[in-house]
Design a protein around this ligand. Sequence first.
Ligand SMILES: C[S@@+](CC[C@H](N)C(=O)[O-])C[C@H]1O[C@@H](n2cnc3c(N)ncnc32)[C@H](O)[C@@H]1O
Length: 468
Amino acid sequence: MLDLFDAAGDLSAAIEALHAATALYTAEPVVDVLLDRIGWPDADGRLVDPSAGDGMFMVRALSRLDLAPDDFQEVARVQGWELHPGAMRSARERVQSHLISNGWSVASARKAAQAIVHHGDFLTGGPAPGTFRFCAGNPPYLRYGHLPEVLKDLYRPILPDFARGDLLHAFLDRCVYNMPPDGIIGFVTSDRIWVNDTAANLRKQLGHKVGIGHISRLDPSSAFYMPKTRRKGTPPRIHPVEVVLKPSAQAKIPLGKLPVSPDGALDQHEGPTLANIATVRLAPWLGPHGIFTIDAHQVGRLPDADLVPAIDSDDIDPATDALRPATRYAIRTLKDCEPTGAVKDHLQTAMVRMPKRGQKGRWWMPPESITLPLNRPALLIPRIGRKIRTIRLEPGILPINHNLYVVSAGPDHSLGTIQEVLQSEETQMWVLRNAPPLENGYLDIRAGLLRRIPIPGSLSPKTSNVQG
Ligand SMILES: C[S@@+](CC[C@H](N)C(=O)[O-])C[C@H]1O[C@@H](n2cnc3c(N)ncnc32)[C@H](O)[C@@H]1O
């Protein structure tokens, strides 16, 4: 009996944590445009919001129906699922007020709201496949690894491998699976699943049934509002898009492993790319400065440490792109060798400042291990910029904090050749067209994007004679 109570306690704490991590509600104008895009309610059929939050999608969908008081049949065309009890109550209250303001009695409006907003988990207890022609909403985004254990245990047996990276993947998979042959889905999502290599398999699986009818970016500063319980002023850390999924035969853009740009069609390129001549890696994040990185003047305090000069984008002169001498050093530690002496004292004292996401099983290891080879000259490319900037790194210099690190993939190509390709006008124009834009003209330059940069056919490894 005690176990049952414990399990119930665990589950409700987990649902609180899940809601706190995922509740980002969609602003009314965004909802209205998305409902227009999916043509609600121009055809027969019902609409579901799989993760209703405080009911914005449901009320905006209801407001387009001709709802005579007590028409329980028509009102039931709109349904929603919400796991969190507080959010579910807010959704029911919102639906109830909407119906009352449309002439329904309090008792009828309450009864209808209870029938419309389901309190439950859409993934484990959602509707039967084929029952909703329209699906609209803003599904939760949360990496599977960050889910509370009790929810991981619930979802593990029911989610296919390709839908397990993030809750958003699981919701997309389930909604596409449930969609009838004449169905349509309108979602607000993060842009990552449409462009990132890590979601390629998910896209491929969804692409067996649906393609993209529309995709475009949303302004993160106005697309959302937060529930009252959430800390004010925390800006959403996603790049949102609105997307419409239709049966493949009617879709504008087929969905498959290849990325889909929310900024217009990506350039199609069949020939060789940077990945054929260079290796692109992400520089490690070692946590806040002062733990696994120290200032140059502190070096004398750690005589036994294995120290590597560490470089971040603030070490680059913005006018000339020249690298300034390193002012920081990274402490390199080994998995199988627990430090002693001054290094141990330093790390154990400083570690209190490491955020939870950076804490590893072994206290002496940084959040991300230092695995870059550092034995050859390399290029550092800042992850955010108005264009590609290439900064030459001598061997032994470690870039940090998710800057991009590029080395030659083999003996055929010099770093100079690679740098020339990256700095060329063709590449800069390609990047402008293909990199996701951020605010103020900045571009989101990711490793996958760099690897796809077209290179001249003459540099393709089979035909090239360029010497290092
Ligand atoms: C991003 S909010 C979106 C809310 C609403 N659709 C909107 O756009 O305003 C996601 C909501 O999904 C709920 N949620 C998370 N996992 C769920 C699940 N498995 N089943 C149903 N709801 C869930 C969260 O509690 C949260 O309120």
